[in-house]
Design a protein. Structure first.
Length: 409
């Protein structure tokens, strides 16, 4: 497979386009839609002090049954399972390449998604083409699922543009840096499509830190009151920069939904199958006019909050090591191998594709043109302003001083 074909083709969406509605599962789904309590229960794979969550693949890669959510992945094929694995591997490679580029001075900053691949790929593949996604700044795997060329994500972090893609081309909004504000945008958009009578849904991504922002709670309230077709997808990666979740809340995060009158469910965010199933269920509720759902993907940020952060100052090595044993990619690989759904040839081909993607990312980033230094002075005022003209002239003189110095003047 060539580098060009990897970049040009739109990643598969088949895992998210199939409907879970069938005569044999209607009763099960209706019960799930009626009860928030059924949504959050003890996982068959959970033991000891682990939190209650939905889990379909254990950390060892063993398939466990769940009467409520199994119907939402009952039709998944071995090819689609390999597709989910491919998505996670390639998005992780892209993320690692971006981190390396930042360390080499090619990007100003990078927010890694390392460890959160299953939550993002599972939920991203649950969406339909006509659904609309509102991300934060870490949803690189979701962007991959929506068909956004990964190199387009890097322009903002390199400082050459304000986003790099057309949100309406993939129904994937530009990254939002302001913490939590996109949940309000998502709720408003969902209210709009409901009034239009569209058969689609909206999903808004945010982190556990953002869940304490007023914007997010306002979005919860508006979404509930107006029965908006929106899924609030919180990636609880345990750390809001340097603060653990227990410093933010007294109850499990998913239970916050109860106070606003809609269901909340905690899913194993390192389990791509469970993330896919629960998000399909939540999106189906939204499309059926049953209102919002809060999905808490219980996962872990394996790396730093951003490349400007040093997590060793506030996290214990033992904690990270415990979560490394729950790696989302390794658990799906174990399942694929045990079920004879993938062979050495598949993994070798994927490794070559991963290398090609990494090479293309490096080449594209380094070839990005520098932005127009004077663009910041444009459109400040509709009709121009003398002060802006003065500042532009001062900036021009400042830049010229470097050229003059280089010429020995």
């Amino acid at each position: 497979m060539t580098v060009e074909s990897t970049a040009a083709r739109k990643p598969r969406r088949s895992a998210g386009t199939k409907s879970a509605a069938s005569a044999s599962t209607t009763g099960t789904k209706s019960a799930a839609s009626r009860s928030a309590g059924a949504a959050a229960k003890k996982s068959p794979g959970a033991t000891g002090g682990e939190p209650e969550l939905v889990q379909l693949l254990t950390p060892e890669g063993k398939r466990v049954k769940d009467a409520t959510y199994d119907p939402y992945v009952a039709d998944i094929t071995p090819e689609e399972l390999r597709g989910l694995y491919r998505d996670m591997v390639l998005s992780r490679r892209f993320d690692a390449e971006a981190t390396s580029l930042q360390r080499q001075g090619e990007l100003g900053l990078w927010a890694s998604m390392l460890g959160q691949e299953a939550a993002q790929i599972g939920s991203g593949r649950a969406t339909r083409d006509d659904d609309y996604v509102f991300p934060t700044y870490r949803e690189h795997g979701v962007a991959w699922c929506r068909g956004v060329d990964p190199t387009n994500l890097l322009g903002m972090f390199r400082g050459v543009n304000n986003g790099g893609w057309d949100p309406n081309s993939n129904n994937f909004h530009l990254y939002t840096i302001v913490i939590g504000s996109q949940t309000l945008h998502a709720t408003g958009y969902a209210m709009g499509i409901a009034k239009d009578g569209a058969d689609s849904a909206v999903i808004a991504y945010f982190g556990d830190g953002a869940s304490s922002q007023g914007d997010v709670l306002e979005a919860f309230n508006f979404g509930a009151v107006y029965n908006a077709p929106v899924v609030f997808f919180c990636q609880n990666n345990q750390w809001a920069i340097s603060e653990p979740t227990e410093r933010q809340m007294r109850v499990p995060l998913y239970q916050r939904a109860q106070g606003f009158g809609f269901p909340g469910v905690r899913v194993d965010g390192n389990d791509v199958l469970a993330s896919l199933a629960v998000t399909r269920w939540a999106l189906e509720r939204a499309r059926n006019g049953e209102g919002p759902t809060l999905v808490e993907a219980y996962t872990y940020r394996m790396g730093a909050h951003t490349t400007s952060d040093d997590p060793t100052k506030y996290r214990a090595d033992e904690e990270r090591e415990a979560w490394e044993a729950k790696d989302p990619i390794l658990r799906l690989r174990a399942y694929l191998v045990a079920a004879n759904h993938a062979d050495d040839g598949f993994f070798a081909e994927l490794e070559a594709e991963s290398e090609a993607l990494g090479k293309r990312v490096r080449e594209v980033v380094r070839a990005m043109p520098d932005p127009d230094s004077f663009a910041i002075f444009e459109n400040v005022y509709a009709d121009g302003h003398a002060l802006v003209d003065e500042e532009r002239a001062q900036f021009a003189a400042y830049q010229a001083s470097f050229t003059d110095a280089g010429e020995g003047k």
